[in-house]
Design a protein around this ligand. Structure first.
Ligand code: HEM
Length: 403
């Protein structure tokens, strides 16, 4: 105790000169500048302690700054053309040289006033900028980050769901996905990942990548990603249509779906070895299918095709592209979050799930645990255990692989 008090006292003694200086500093007398000459910009040089840094020789503080024309402004602030742009905005200056018969917006230099949801009533370009910068970018980034963190927390808290591996757990082998279904699914998944990553870098990369890799590399990188985005878009469109058509017949609500939702606790429970029974796909997968793949997928695809200028008869005005962009970006962020959940459950989230889609087969133990009604129908012969003609062989570990 005594030792602490003496340490405290020693500390105060050491700090005393510093405290004394800090107190004295504001009262220090600095002699006035002997000759307060006028600076070139008309600002009187002053005692440095009286000058606020932001006022120092800044042309914008000069009288008449707001009334300067463009030439005057360029003399005091070279490169600042805001008087000219202000006149353009008022329609006093500037014109559009787009040939009248060749461009949908010939002669329109500045778009009309609009109010997009989330913007002020202003010129359309500015309104679009406000929606993008004030809503889509910050809230989109927050949503993606929250989804990733939530899945991470869930994984560390609960771990992988399910008990049986897809194969080697026991019973007959059942073909869960045919080679055609797998090819369609993985083509779509690869296109989605390329589009998702390139889209995220284009939207948010300047905040998290640009400061790390610098402007030159970021420029080349985003240029490549932008082109990848444009070319993988059409591949995604076609493969998404194939995926929707291929799986839709098993995605409609059926008997037992409500019971699955009411007993959803068993899906996450560590002790329960069987989930509430479902048909080929469980209601959770069905919700992800209808919202993530069908509704959002269609919205993202249609708006993306407009942005790619692939709709032949559409008139591509700036307003068309602004609306398409806002719709595309919003739906894409939501789709990334929902499909992120699907990707999580299809990889580390559920034991055996990835193997089923990778190689196509599960055995009875897995089917019984996750899709009870589907298993019963396969057992009863209502659904063939082998639907494709794929020649397969069983390896030493009891896993089915293409022969
Ligand atoms: C890296 C990305 C992806 C991975 C790892 C993945 C993984 C999987 C897995 C493991 C299954 C089988 C689930 C089961 O056996 O019940 C599955 C099913 C399915 N996937 Fe994906 N997937 C991905 C991307 C996508 C995308 C982008 C779409 C479409 C937007 C999609 C649509 C589907 C559909 C429709 C099914 C059928 C069952 C269901 O509706 O969940 N997947 N996926």
């Amino acid at each position: 105790m005594r030792r602490s008090i003496s340490l405290l006292a020693a500390g105060l003694v050491a700090l005393a000169p510093l405290l004394a200086f800090a107190q004295a500093a504001p009262q220090r007398q600095v002699p006035d500048d002997p000759a307060p000459a006028a600076a070139p910009g008309g600002i009187q040089s002053q005692n440095i302690f009286d000058v606020k840094p932001e006022l120092k020789r800044d042309a914008s503080s000069e009288a008449g700054y707001q009334d300067q024309n463009n030439a005057q402004r360029n003399r005091v602030q070279p490169g600042n053309n805001s008087p000219m742009w202000r006149d353009v905005k008022k329609g006093l200056e500037g014109y559009s040289s787009l040939p009248k018969d060749q461009a949908p917006e010939a002669g329109v230099l500045i778009q009309q006033q609009v109010q997009y949801p989330g913007s002020r009533l202003t010129t359309a370009g500015e309104a679009w900028r406000q929606v993008r910068n004030n809503w889509i970018i910050p809230y989109g980034a927050a949503l993606v980050l929250i989804s990733i963190v939530a899945l991470g927390i869930f994984y560390f808290a609960r771990g992988t769901l399910g008990h049986h591996p897809a194969e080697g757990g026991g019973g007959r082998r059942i073909e869960r996905f045919t080679p055609f279904e797998r090819a369609a699914h993985w083509t779509n998944a690869i296109a989605f990942v390329v589009l998702g990553i390139s889209g995220l870098v284009m939207a948010f990369g300047k905040f998290f990548l640009l400061p790390v890799i610098g402007g030159t590399l970021f420029g080349y990188f985003t240029y490549i990603l932008k082109n990848l985005h444009n070319f993988f878009g059409p591949l995604f469109v076609v493969s998404l249509i194939v995926v929707i058509v291929t799986f839709i017949k098993d995605e409609f609500p059926r008997k037992g779906d409500l019971g699955w939702f009411l007993n959803i606790g068993k899906v996450f429970s560590r002790s329960s070895t069987e989930e509430p029974p479902t048909h080929r796909f469980n209601p959770g997968e069905k919700v992800v299918f209808w919202i993530g793949a069908f509704v959002l997928g269609v919205v993202v695809v249609v708006s993306g095709v407009v942005l790619d200028k692939l709709v032949p008869s559409l008139i591509y005005e700036r307003g068309t592209m602004q609306v398409a962009h806002m719709v595309h970006a919003t739906a894409a962020v939501l789709m990334i979050c929902i499909t992120g959940l699907h990707i999580y459950l299809g990889t580390v989230g559920v034991r055996g799930s990835y193997t089923a889609m990778r190689h196509g087969y599960v055995d009875e133990a897995w089917a019984k645990e996750h899709h009870g009604y589907w298993y019963e129908e396969v057992k009863a012969g209502k659904i063939p255990a082998q639907r494709s003609n794929e020649p397969v062989a069983v390896d030493d570990a009891g896993k089915v692989r293409p022969a």
